[in-house]
Structures are given as C-alpha cells and as structure tokens.
Design a protein around this ligand. Structure first.
Ligand code: ADP
Ligand code: MG
Length: 404
C-alpha cells in the first residue's frame, strides 16, 4: 500500500517476512523507486531487498540484546508487527483478511508503542506485556534510536533524575514526532556533532533537520523533529541511484545528478553542494547514499527537492583517539569521492557561503563538548582546533577559486 492506494499484491511468509510471490500490480507508478521492474512487474528479489531493507539493520548497536528482551527472533518479524509502516515514508502492507484503514494505523496521526525503542536503548521492563506496534521497527541506521511523540515524553537528564524536556513541553498540542538518537562508545560524540552540524547549517542558512541535545543519564542524545509529514516521504539517494544504470565512463557524481534531473527533482545541485561544504567542515566520514535523500509529495508523486540535511554525527573524528585529531590532514569521505579534498571540488558555487556567520562556532562547540563526561579537556581542545583548521582550509579553497 501507498497511503490508501493499493500498489500491488504480495504473498509474504509470516515466519520470516520474506516476499514469496508477487500478484497483480494495481499502481505501477507507485512501485518503490529503485526496485527493479521487469515487464511491468517488480522483480521479486529486488522488491524483497527493498522490503527487508525497511527492517532494523543487523548492524544496529544493541540489537541482539533488544530482540532477547522482547523475545522476538528477527527484525523481519518486527516489520510485520507494524505492517511495515514508517515515519519516513508512506509504504505499508495491508492483509486480505484484516483490511486496515490507513487513517487508523499510520504513525503520523496515531499513537504508537515505545517498547521497541526502549528495548533498543536497553530500558525494557521484564514484566509487562510488550507492544510491538512501533515505527522503530522500520528505522534505519546503526545508532540506537527511537521515535517518540512530543508532549508526553519524559527524558532523563544528567545525573539520572527525570525531567520533561522543554522541547517536548512546548508542543503538547501539536504532538510532533521526534527521533531520539544515541551515540557510540567510547566518546558518545555523535549527538554533540549533530548539534554542532545543526548550528553550522543554521548559521549558513541551509535547510536541515535541527538536532537538540538531551541526556540518558550521563550519555548524550540528539533529538530532531520528523521532517516527513503524512503528505510527504523521504526517498533515499540510494533508491534514486539504483533506479537507473550508471555507464562506466561517467563519474558517480555526474551519474547521480543526471539521474535526479531525469526524474525531474528540482534544485539538487544546490542541495548537494551545501551538504558537501558541511561535510568538508565537520569531516563527515559516513555520508553514504542512505544518509541523504529527496522529498516527494506522496499524494501527487511530485518531487519537492533535496531533503533537509540529517545524520551528520559520524564526523569530527568521533571514533578516533585525541592524538589522531588533525584538521589539516585529508580525511576519508563518501559518497562521490573517497577523500574530502577531492569531493569538495564538486562545489561549483561558494557565493552563498558566509564565513563571518561561522565566527565563534569553536567556542560554541567547546561549550557543547564540555557538557559530556566522555570528552576530556585534551579531546575538546583538539576538536575545537581542528574545527577552526577545517574552516580555514575551506576559506583557502574558496580564496584560490576566486583568484583563478
Ligand atoms: N528527522 C527525520 N525525519 C524523517 N526521517 C528521518 C529523520 N532522521 C532520520 N530519518 C530516517 O531514519 C533513518 C536513520 O536515521 P539516521 O539519522 O540516518 O541514523 P544513523 O545515524 O543510525 O544512520 C534515516 O536514514 C532516514 O531514513
Ligand atoms: Mg544514517
């Protein structure tokens, strides 16, 4: 299903969630982008990869413990428990027997259980019956994360006492959907980096998911609002990449831009260039094709443009020792080139980039880092120095470009 519109008929194995066969196709234009179609019918293996790719990935931190806590054998089973519904797009599966009503089941408008999300954070209670109807069952990525509804959520603050986050209190009436994300050992730096990236993007006037800081005991968390509504959906860059065939003699970057143009997605070059500038500054090492995307109107299928920038936390040497932090050294990048020094060359227009707006960002980052017990002074100093070095290196690139 795509919202209320039947797309095609499937037979799914309820034990494994695997697609066994495909029946009639009712709305070929709504077959998920990137799924291979042969003779007007989706290829079963390709559709199966797309469908199972909606499940929590095997790489998710703490997954095995969470499944044990919930007494669920696989992430595929969780997928069926929530009918494949997500808070990032509008696809789901109905059953011939049940005939569910989208208005009554979608997570944008209906409440959902936090049990799966709590289990993923290792916080499930052993006794009460767990409800598995949750958009967490279809959340991607390797960091611990959970969706919450604003207004009713209590967050743990530093030291372990409970407080309703001001972010949530403000919005009791509008009940926004918020994504809470953790960090990874040993520095738990990703949430702090998300907040840094948000500040850089805000200062530079770039459309982004705004991440705010919260705490789970001493561990930092980031919280951002769902930028998808019941009328829109996120299509990953990876789906777009797979929707065509790249010729050998063309670069990944040119192919991707060309594919977006063929699909009629507006303002892609501008969106990508701004993202590459951010990634250069914060030394993002994980901007793979599922970490950016496009937004589409789910009713009309009209492309709305480049999605707000999200998931920038895997940056700023988050998994490196302090003595490895050096802003002057070239770093690994994704997705178009393997080094940031090469990837930044794709940016054709820096005229919008106002370095003045970044003044004081190092002090802001320092204050942010100082809040975490997992970041010592040496690491904090090295990170702030490196941030300044990255900004200076970018300024040098821009100056050289202006001269030539
Ligand atoms: N604010 C958001 N609104 C809607 N969907 C989101 C939002 N943030 C993330 N997502 C979706 O959730 C997925 C996982 O989130 P992400 O931040 O990439 O986690 P990770 O850091 O674990 O990779 C993303 O690939 C995207 O599909
Ligand atoms: Mg991600």
């Amino acid at each position: 299903m795509h919202k209320k519109i039947p797309v095609l008929e499937l037979e799914i194995d309820e034990e494994t969630s695997n697609i066994l066969s495909i029946g009639d196709v009712f709305a070929p234009e709504r077959i998920p982008i990137g799924v291979q179609v042969d003779n007007f019918k989706p290829n079963r293996a390709s559709l199966n990869r797309w469908w199972l790719g909606r499940a929590i990935p095997a790489s998710r931190l703490g997954l095995r413990d969470a499944l044990e806590l919930m007494n669920v054998s696989s992430t595929g089973l969780l997928l069926l428990k929530c009918f494949g519904l997500s808070l990032s797009d509008q696809y789901w599966v109905d059953s011939h027997e049940k005939h569910l009503n989208w208005d009554e089941v979608n997570f944008f408008e209906n409440s959902f259980s936090e049990d799966v999300g709590n289990a993923l954070f290792g916080h499930a209670s052993g006794s009460k019956k767990i409800s598995l109807e949750s958009p967490d069952n279809t959340s991607d990525g390797w960091l611990k994360k959970k969706w919450i509804v604003s207004g009713k959520r209590r967050l743990l603050v530093k030291g372990g006492s409970e407080l309703i986050s001001s972010l949530c209190v403000l919005s009791v009436s509008c009940k926004r959907r918020l994504l809470v994300k953790g960090g990874s050992e040993p520095a738990y730096q990703e949430p702090l980096n998300e907040v840094l990236a948000s500040s850089i993007l805000k200062r530079l006037g770039i459309h982004h998911a705004n991440y705010e800081l919260a705490w789970d005991g001493e561990r930092p968390l980031s919280i951002c609002e769902d930028f998808i509504t019941k009328k829109t959906e996120l299509i990953s860059a990876w789906s777009i990449y797979k929707s065509g065939t790249k010729k050998r003699n063309i670069s990944d970057y040119s192919y991707f831009l060309q594919r977006c143009e063929e699909l009629g997605i507006p303002l892609i070059r501008e969106g990508i260039e701004r993202m590459l500038v951010l990634d250069y500054i914060v030394v993002n090492t994980d901007r793979h094709y599922n970490n950016f995307g496009m937004v589409r109107d789910a009713d009309t299928l009209q492309w709305l443009g480049f999605a707000p920038i999200f998931d920038s936390g895997t940056s700023m040497w988050h998994n490196q020792f302090a003595n490895r932090i050096n802003g002057l050294m070239d770093q690994k990048s994704k997705p178009f080139n393997t080094k940031h020094s090469s990837q930044i060359k794709h940016v054709t227009d820096f005229s919008w980039l106002d370095f003045q707006a970044l003044k004081g960002i190092d002090d802001e980052y320092s204050e942010l880092l100082a809040q975490s017990v997992f970041i010592d002074d040496a690491r904090r100093s090295a990170l702030c120095l490196a941030l300044n070095q990255r900004i200076q290196m970018l300024a040098n690139i821009v100056a050289r470009r202006r001269k030539s």
